[in-house]
Design a protein around this ligand. Structure first.
Ligand code: IPM
Ligand code: MG
Length: 362
């Protein structure tokens, strides 16, 4: 039985990191009996350039017919002057909303080989294993009203942070369920000392906990404190559940615990569809130079194998291949501290593919 993967490379370093990930997928097809068929589509700036829309209708048809979506990254300076709905980021938000991908899983696990790559002290980050569960299709990213309007002779910009009970309930459930497979601890992050939307968030999370998940330990933290605690003592966290905006910020912060934002994969999952993408952006400053770290995208493929393709066995093999690659000292420039020699993006892809192939033959 074959599986269909919709591949959306996007902009900037997107095409390079996706190319390396497809190399790895080829190995899974050739040596591990995976039968994945890929079809590429346009998204973001590439969608605008190619089809006049950052989320073209053809891409919508493609992803809706797929078993899973692999996305690179979107955005770049050449599209910044466009009207907001035409910008690359609008395409990303639309595909998330269109596919109902409300649960965004962003694991930040410190790899032992990269302890020195973090700007934090090794003893602070050693053993860190955090899962940020970010609500992805509501909150201030999507709330109405929004806009910039003329008020009393000056411009006023405004957005609305809003959550419905049902939206809080479903993401809270996902976080508790994830915690059951880990250390059974959830920390819900909001700003309930100031915001009503956060007050509701906290009380609904408590209701869900009381009704269905008393075996999981629940704590609450204000987002400013959480940002501080993540740096002060990250090991205190297991699962963090939070809204769209706070999750965006805290997941970037959590990524730096691991040494490089180039390492963090993510899964965005809804009732029917799922999309896998690195948490980093399109890095236009190094695009096309074969310098980017493809590991976040390669590890996103591992998440796809695990959650959409029900191939935990292959997910583990792939993660093992990445682990061995790091053990062997292979580093892209973002990971090369201590003056180590750096390999290119394609060099890293080859290194992982080679080790994966060996695991298949062994
Ligand atoms: C992310 C990104 C996006 C977001 C941008 C590109 C719209 O930062 O996936 O974290 O803010 O969600
Ligand atoms: Mg972000």
């Amino acid at each position: 039985m074959s599986v269909n993967i919709a591949v959306l490379p996007g902009d900037g370093i997107g095409p390079e990191i996706v190319r390396e990930t497809l190399k790895v997928l080829d190995v899974l097809n050739a040596h591990f009996g995976l039968n994945a068929e890929c079809e590429e589509g346009l998204i973001g700036g590439a969608g605008y350039d190619g089809a006049g829309d950052p989320y073209p209708a053809a891409t919508q048809r493609l992803v809706r017919a797929s078993d899973a979506v692999l996305l690179g990254a979107v955005g770049g300076p050449q599209w910044e002057a466009l009207d907001k709905p035409l910008r690359p980021e609008a395409g990303l938000l639309r595909i998330r909303e269109d596919l109902g991908l409300f649960a965004n899983y962003r694991p930040a696990k410190v790899q032992k080989q990269l302890l020195d790559a973090s700007t934090l002290k090794p003893e602070v980050i050693e053993g860190v294993d955090i899962l940020v569960v970010r609500e992805l299709v509501s909150g201030i990213y999507f709330g109405q009203p929004r806009g910039i309007a003329e008020v009393d002779g000056e411009r006023r910009g405004f957005n609305t942070m809003a959550y419905r009970e049902s939206e809080i309930r479903r993401i809270a459930r996902k976080a508790f369920e994830a915690a059951r497979l880990r250390s059974h601890r959830v920390c819900s992050v909001e700003k309930a000392n100031v915001l009503e939307v956060s007050e509701l968030w906290r009380s609904v999370v408590m209701e869900v906990h009381q009704a269905e998940f008393t075996d999981v330990e629940l704590s609450h933290m204000y987002v400013d404190n959480a940002a501080m605690q993540l740096i002060r003592n990250p090991k205190q966290f297991d699962v963090i559940v939070t809204g769209n905006l706070f999750g965006d910020i805290l997941s970037d912060e959590a990524s730096m615990l691991t040494g490089s934002i180039g390492m963090l994969p993510s899964a965005s999952i809804g009732e029917k569809y799922a999309m896998y993408e690195p948490i980093h952006g399109s890095a236009p400053d190094i695009a096309g130079q074969d310098k980017a770290n493809p590991l976040a995208t390669i590890l996103s493929l591992a998440m796809m194998l695990r959650y959409s393709l029900q191939r935990e066995d292959l997910a583990q093999k792939l993660e093992q291949a990445v682990d061995q690659t790091l053990d062997d000292g292979v580093r892209t420039v973002d990971l090369a501290f201590n003056g180590e020699a750096a390999v290119s993006c394609s060099g890293m892809g080859d290194a992982v593919a080679e080790r994966l192939r060996a695991l298949g033959e062994g």
